[in-house]
Design a protein around this ligand. Structure first.
Ligand code: GTP
Length: 339
């Protein structure tokens, strides 16, 4: 059974179903309640790896409420599904034919993409030594079989809460608190990925730096709090202008923003940035102390490059910075793009 077929069952009555019958993994989603967690819009994913069908069914029924449950009937399938779905939590049996739970966790912890996924062992090997060994291998918790349903639910809840908090903190660390767009740190991480992606695929990347004109005098005229509000308005407006999912705007620092448009040629980028530049003035945020307009305006420098081996994204930023300087020097409220 394919994942998408399974997902199509979202609105059907919830019931547990075992993959071993079809020799395929099964994904169960129960969205009768709000499936969205505190962060993101995805329901949490739990992968259950157990060779005993009854255990899989019971655990699935216990845990599926508001979550996506993925079932694997042995270690090999568990590893494959962990890599594919990157679940928020893995419940892992220890004794299974073929790859044991201990081997599975070792493999997970040695793979950069899965090493951060918390694992709870659920096992009938219940001596203190067994438990210590499981925890030493990197499990966050150890549940003994036969398990008590309420204990499983409580422990899973605890681990997922920790995961949620961790993800929330990670996310907050990448967002600018004033404007609520991405911050410089996010940009630094993102640009590396985008740069490498465009290099691999020989695609153009367009980058622009945007700076609010005469913002010092805006603060002087209207006060710092109004300056903050203007920054928020400008950031929100530009964010809404960017339509493609991989286009990003981040606060680069102070009253400066950076826009990254992957897989975008110079003509398209120039058009997008020119529209943004004009639309900021059309917002009509009063700026009486500006020398060039009654309203808040921005200057934009930009360049487009197909990443090559010898070039780096820092070099692209250097070029863009020169064009921002030119936009300022030529009278502001304009876009200067590398020809
Ligand atoms: N209100 C507010 N002001 C900020 C913030 N970050 C930077 N600024 C202000 O932005 C102003 C930037 O001033 P300058 O670098 O001189 O630039 P400018 O006055 O915009 O002049 P040009 O860029 O040449 O048009 C400084 O007065 C900073 O204090 C912020 O978070 N909130």
């Amino acid at each position: 059974m394919e994942d998408n077929q399974i997902i199509n069952q979202r609105n059907s009555t919830s019931h547990c179903f075992d993959s071993s019958l079809e020799n395929e993994p099964f994904i169960m989603i129960d969205d009768t309640k709000d499936p969205f967690s505190l962060i993101g819009s995805e329901p949490e994913k739990i992968l259950i790896v157990d060779d005993a069908k009854d255990n899989r069914t019971m655990l699935c029924e216990l845990l599926m409420s508001q979550r996506k449950v993925i079932l694997a009937k042995d270690g090999a399938q568990g590893l494959a599904l962990a890599t594919k779905h990157l679940p928020d939590l893995i419940l892992l049996d220890v004794m299974m034919p073929g790859i044991t739970g201990h081997q599975v966790i070792r493999s997970l912890k040695s793979d950069e993409s899965t090493m951060h996924i918390p694992v709870i062992f659920i096992s009938s090997k219940i001596s203190a030594d067994d438990e210590k060994y499981g925890l030493d291998l990197g499990a966050v918790d150890y549940i003994s079989k036969p398990f008590h349903p309420a204990i499983v639910q409580a422990r899973v809840k605890n681990v997922l809460r920790e995961q949620r908090n961790k993800k929330l903190l990670e996310k907050l660390a990448l967002v600018d608190s004033l404007t609520e767009i991405y911050n410089r740190r996010f940009y630094e991480l993102d640009i590396r990925k985008v740069w490498n992606g465009c290099k691999r695929e020989n695609k153009a990347i367009s980058l622009a730096l945007l700076d609010i004109d005469y913002f010092k005098s805006y603060n002087d005229e209207y006060g710092h709090l109004s300056g903050d509000e203007a920054l928020r308005l400008v950031a929100k407006h530009i964010k809404n202008q960017l339509k493609r999912p991989h286009d990003i705007i981040a606060r680069y620092g102070g009253e400066e923003f950076v826009i990254v448009l992957p897989d975008t040629n110079a003509d398209d980028a120039k058009r997008i940035l020119t529209d943004i530049c004009q639309s900021i003035e059309q917002l009509k945020i009063p700026h009486e102390s500006s020398v060039i307009s009654h309203y808040v305006t921005i200057s934009i420098g930009g360049a487009t490059m197909i990443p090559k081996h010898e070039a780096s994204h820092e070099e692209l930023v250097k070029i863009v910075d020169e064009y921002l300087y030119q936009a300022k020097a030529q009278g502001r409220n304009r876009v200067c793009w590398q020809p």
